[in-house]
Design a protein around this ligand. Structure first.
Ligand SMILES: NC(=O)c1ccc[n+]([C@@H]2O[C@H](COP(=O)([O-])OP(=O)(O)OC[C@H]3O[C@@H](n4cnc5c(N)ncnc54)[C@H](O)[C@@H]3O)[C@@H](O)[C@H]2O)c1
Ligand SMILES: O=C(O)C[C@H](O)C(=O)O
Length: 313
């Protein structure tokens, strides 16, 4: 019995993600929330003959009902990039959206596990954390920036150069954050590829990754559900290193230093983060990349934190 709310369910990610979660046999309730078009999406999805119940929640006055009683909240609400933009260019719009949604989570489902997809993830996760802290319900084990797409891409890109490998079986750790040089796949010989930029360019103004992201978010959500149901699952995510200070020692030693948040492999449990999985030693090349990522991440995190402080939640 697992109830999931998707906030931004009528969007490019939200729609295929809703479809994939409707097909997940462990999901019993799917609450779809958006500011537009969600009644149609929910009606459409609800006709799929799996056993879960789908409900539609349009507009802010119905946000509380969308969140009440849910175990997991996934947030793909917000604007996507156009060519020439960085993820940080989305900050001005998406920061306020994530802040509002986090306030409602604090009020209606403060113990839910929350996965933030909205960019810039490096800043929107600290924003959500600050809102939850201000309302006295923050638990670093239960808040995640969804970085599964970076790991999905890394394994697929390796298959492009090694066609004999099974891309779905490859497990390549990706650490740091979720933007430009903060995404550090631990593949010391790899040529850098900027997967998000490739999709933004190819879509030529029509948005950023939606289908591969929906797949990655469905995988993330399924991992959380399997952990709630007692399975041993490791999934990458951008989390607070306070969620497991002991496990984080190894990550800090690799170059994360005193950063509060970092993308790491996470062993999930019933309560969210059970353990940060140590990353095996890195090469000098990778260590340098982690140093570059950490400097940028510090700026992104501080920007998110000061946004919430200025707003006096
Ligand atoms: N973490 C990742 O790996 C990753 C990958 C791809 C995209 N993204 C990000 O995900 C976000 C969504 O991308 P998309 O392509 O689905 O965009 P989209 O514009 O297609 O959909 C966004 C949806 O959010 C809704 N929305 C806007 N404000 C809202 C609010 N206050 N409450 C509820 N819903 C609201 C919109 O109505 C729309 O339906 C973007 O910020 C994008 O950059 C992240
Ligand atoms: O690149 C983007 O803007 C969307 C997302 O962060 C991605 O990695 O595809």
């Amino acid at each position: 019995m697992v109830s999931v709310a998707i906030l931004g369910a009528a969007g490019g990610i939200g729609q295929p993600l809703s479809l994939l979660l409707k097909m997940n046999p462990h999901v019993t309730r799917l609450n779809l929330y958006d500011l537009v078009n969600v009644p149609g999406v929910a009606a459409d999805i609800s006709h799929i003959n799996t056993n879960s119940t789908v409900s539609s929640h349009l507009d802010k006055q119905n946000l509380g009902a969308a969140l009440t009683g849910v175990d997991i909240v996934i947030i793909p609400a917000g604007v996507p990039r156009k060519p020439g933009m960085t993820r940080d260019d989305l900050f001005n719009i998406n920061a306020g959206i994530v802040r509002t949604l986090a306030e409602a989570i604090a009020d209606y489902c403060p113990t839910a596990i929350v996965g933030v997809i909205s960019n810039p993830v490096n800043s929107t996760v600290p924003i959500a954390a600050e809102v939850l802290k201000a309302r006295g319900v923050y638990n670093p084990k239960r808040l995640f920036g969804v970085t599964s797409l970076d790991v999905v891409r890394a394994s697929r890109f390796v298959r492009d150069i090694r066609p004999t490998v099974d891309a779905s079986a490859l497990r390549i750790p990706v650490v740091g954050g979720h933007s430009g040089t903060t995404i550090v796949p631990l593949l010391s010989l790899a040529e850098p590829r900027f997967g998000g930029d490739e999709v933004v360019q190819a879509k030529a103004g029509a948005g950023s990754a939606t289908l591969s992201m929906a797949y990655a978010a469905a995988r993330f959500t399924d991992s959380v559900i399997r952990a709630i149901n007692g399975e041993d699952v490791v999934e990458p995510a951008f989390v607070s290193l306070d969620a497991d200070p002991h496990g984080a020692e190894n990550i800090r030693a690799l170059g994360a230093g005193s950063l509060e948040y970092f993308a790491v492999p996470v062993q999930l449990g019933k309560e969210g983060v059970q353990r940060i999985v140590p990353v095996p030693s890195v090469t000098p090349f990778e260590r340098k990349a982690i140093g570059v990522a950490s400097a940028e991440l510090q700026k992104n995190i501080s920007k998110g934190v000061s946004f919430t402080q200025k707003a006096k939640i």
